[in-house]
Write a protein that binds this ligand. Structure first.
Ligand code: NAD
Length: 433
């Protein structure tokens, strides 16, 4: 008789587990699987979403200010174009990876379908640390990166926009470089540009404003008053800072904000405009003296009713999901909640309004910018905000209805809505040849 060797339990280290959790593409595919299973959709409609349509890796040589040559690696990924040209931001960060860019491109496909914009999804990034680079170095890197991806992008093909550590100035350099290569001005090649060269009014604040509009719809649907709740916002960049200002401007109590240097907490509510002034003077908010300081890694556990992660991916993981006190999470960042944390939060009855809905204000006003560039006729800010509010309110309510009717969480509801729209496009277009 064969003797059985005892089976050793498979032990994985905390680092391995965290690396698995942080795998954005795996997280994206789990979300796709859940939605496909629930909808019972035909395999051929969904299979192509498991692959990116095009992936471009480029090397970006840059002569640094001290005369040395440094070569950076950059990516542009077009995940899907079944519903229109590809659309998505460009990120500059030391932790950019192809896997992360692929996941972010996938979420852009889903996001554009959720808010019914005529776009597919894309994303790009360069592995670099912009905080250590001069403006001249950043400009040279941006121009060379743009030139390397120039045959890939274009107003009818793929339209980049700002993301982490990129801003209207970076978009101006991209637009200028592409225009020189084309031989004429092409404002519609990127969005998030300054108004002087074809940007849209309201674009800078659009993502933060969208987070606020979505939270207002949430309050209405769930029957609570925004004036009576407290909000904590992680990340004080384009999304987090603008969201904090807009919440506070509407009389909502913002009890905590944070950036990479740490968090600030005041249970009576922070003076957000004063924190913004401090940040402008000092570059960061960590040492702001008028509030209690909180370490960055404890931030999401602070007492509040609504938590808005608006920094980076995987800030909410199985390490802290059970300690979160908020009743609602409105995802300003892309992919801030790991798959494991999502399950814990569902179990605990914490409602998560997913990124592909909650932060869609940015791409929606980017779409308005592109439309205005193409027709060379520009709208005022009141019109922009009214159109943004209308699209986000409609999308929120469509998703909330699926959530109630099918008894699914809001993330699954959003993916179901996106998949139905993508599936319809695939069915109509068929498979070439
Ligand atoms: P940003 O570079 O303007 O700001 C990022 C902020 O996060 C900074 O304040 C930084 O200090 C902070 N931060 C980084 N790591 C942190 C940590 N561990 N804890 C606390 N704070 C931390 O970037 P952004 O444009 O505001 O983007 C933030 C998130 O929103 C990203 O996930 C991005 O993909 C997503 N997003 C951005 C837009 C947009 O229009 N900019 C649109 C949709 C989604």
């Amino acid at each position: 008789m064969a003797t059985k060797t005892p089976v050793k339990p498979s032990v994985i280290s905390v680092e391995q587990r965290e690396a698995m959790e942080a795998d954005g593409w795996r997280q994206a595919m789990v979300q796709l699987d859940r939605a496909q299973a629930k909808l019972g959709m035909e395999q051929f409609l969904v299979e192509r979403l498991r692959y990116c349509k095009r992936i471009l890796t480029v090397s970006v040589p840059v002569v640094m200010d001290d005369g040395t040559l440094k070569v950076f690696e950059g990516y542009r990924v077009q995940h899907n174009t079944d519903r229109g040209p590809a659309k998505g931001g460009i990120r500059y960060h030391p932790q950019v990876s192809l896997n992360e860019v692929k996941a972010l491109a996938f979420w852009m496909t889903m996001k554009c379908a959720v808010v019914e914009l005529p776009y597919g999804g894309a994303k790009g990034g360069v592995i670099c640390d912009p905080k250590t680079m001069s403006q001249h170095e950043l400009e040279r890197m941006t121009r060379r990166f743009t030139s390397e991806i120039s045959s890939f992008i274009g107003p009818d093909r793929d339209i980049p926009a700002p993301d982490v550590n990129t801003n209207p100035q970076v978009m101006s350099w991209m637009m200028d470089t592409y225009s020189h290569l084309a031989g004429h001005a092409v404002p519609g090649v990127v969005t998030g540009k300054p108004i002087e060269i074809g940007g849209s009014r309201g674009r800078v604040e659009a993502t933060g404003r969208g987070v606020f509009y979505i939270t207002r719809e949430l309050a209405q649907a769930e029957g609570f008053e925004l004036s009576k709740v407290s909000v904590a916002i992680q990340g004080f960049g384009n999304v987090g800072m603008n969201a904090a200002r807009i919440f506070a401007g509407h009389g909502v109590k913002v009890v905590a904000v944070s950036d990479v240097t740490g968090g600030l907490y005041d249970k009576k509510g922070l003076d957000v405009e004063d924190v913004v002034r401090w940040q402008k003077e000092h570059g960061t908010i960590g040492a702001y003296p008028e509030a209690e300081r909180v370490p960055a890694d404890k931030f999401v556990e602070l007492p509040c009713d609504i938590l808005v992660p608006a920094a980076m991916e995987n800030e909410i993981t199985q390490r802290n999901a059970a300690k979160i006190k908020a009743k609602y999470i409105v995802e300003g960042a892309n992919g801030p909640t790991s798959t494991e944390a999502d399950a814990i939060l569902r179990e605990r009855g914490v409602m998560v309004v997913p990124d592909i809905l909650a932060n869609a204000g940015g791409v929606t006003v980017s779409y308005f910018e592109w439309v205005q560039d193409i027709q060379a006729y520009f709208w005022n800010e009141k019109e922009i905000n009214a159109k943004l509010q209308e699209i986000l309110a409609r999308s929120f309510n469509e998703i909330y209805e699926i959530h109630k009717k099918d008894k699914v969480d809001m993330r699954l509801a959003a993916f179901m809505l996106a998949l139905r729209r993508l599936g319809a496009a695939v069915r109509l277009r068929g498979v070439f040849p």
